[in-house]
Design a protein around this ligand. Structure first.
Ligand code: KIV
Length: 271
């Protein structure tokens, strides 16, 4: 008989309870099986299969090119690894905007084909019909306001959003609409800390920030950024917890040297 304790899955209800007791939620992005296994084993609460995969995995300049099929491929690998974390998957650009029927079809594909636990999408009032339709089908939805990378060509830059009163007021209203539509959580990206704190205080649902200060209910970072794999990205909000770029560079250089010098493989490393 195994004495190992069964792992208790994080659900949207668990996240709600965490907010209610003031326990912060830790979320990271993941796009493949091996890394997702490590992050899940370390105890991360939410794994986000972000459309940032378009940039960090595929090398595109923005999040716009990634397709629904590609998101499903990444998501299925992450789901296979996650024993404890809730797996949330981004609906990619063009798979939900302006057409709630298509939005529902896209969300259903992510749930059915990848085995995801929830979807995330960007926007407030403009996408409310899609949000409502997806939630009516029993699929948990996480909102995303503030800097919305899928709208980068409308914004023109990746700078802090909602510094102006009108944009801050719209963000407050959108966050309320998303909660009333039934979203189980909300991501706020790159907005003033004070505004993010107010939104988190006004909402019942958990609010997860990225570049939104510490007065929210949890934090999310792109895994490659916090592990120091992306060398040329260092916004103010990013804390690097490792310098994997240096480690990998050193390891690969050592390997090349060993191969060139016939030091690898040695007697014990062959059959
Ligand atoms: O795609 C992504 O990685 C995200 C996070 C930045 C929240 O949406």
């Amino acid at each position: 008989m195994s004495t190992a304790k069964p792992v208790k899955r994080i659900t949207t209800h668990v996240l709600q309870a965490m907010k209610e007791r003031g326990e912060k939620i830790a979320m990271l992005t993941a796009y493949d099986y091996s890394m997702a296994r490590l992050l899940d084993g370390a105890g991360i609460d939410i794994l986000l299969v972000g459309d940032s995969a378009s940039m960090v995995m595929a090398g595109h300049e923005t999040t716009l090119p990634i397709t629904l099929d590609e998101m499903i491929y990444h998501a299925a690998a992450v789901v296979r690894a996650a024993k404890r974390a809730l797996v949330v998957v981004d609906l990619p650009f063009g798979s939900y905007q302006g057409n709630s029927e298509e939005a529902l079809k896209s969300a259903i594909r992510i749930m059915k084909e990848a085995g995801a636990h929830a979807v995330k999408l960007e926007g407030g009032a403009e996408v409310l019909e899609s949000v409502q339709r997806i939630i009516s089908a029993g699929i948990p939805v996480m909102g995303h306001l503030g800097l919305m990378p899928q709208s980068i060509y409308k914004f023109g830059t990746y700078t802090v959003r909602a510094r102006e009163e009108a944009e801050a007021a719209k963000l407050q209203e959108d966050s309320r609409l998303l909660q009333e539509a039934g979203c189980f959580g909300l991501v706020l990206e790159k907005i003033p800390a004070q505004l993010a704190g107010q939104v988190a205080q006004n909402l019942r649902i958990p609010v997860i920030g990225i570049g939104a200060g510490g007065k929210v209910d949890g934090q999310v970072l792109v895994m490659q950024d916090m592990l120091g794999i992306t060398r040329d990205f260092s916004p103010r909000f990013l804390r690097r917890y490792a310098n994997l770029d240096e480690l990998i560079d050193r390891a690969v250089k050592n390997y090349i040297t060993d191969v060139k010098n016939c030091d690898f493989p040695n007697e014990e490393e062959q059959y």
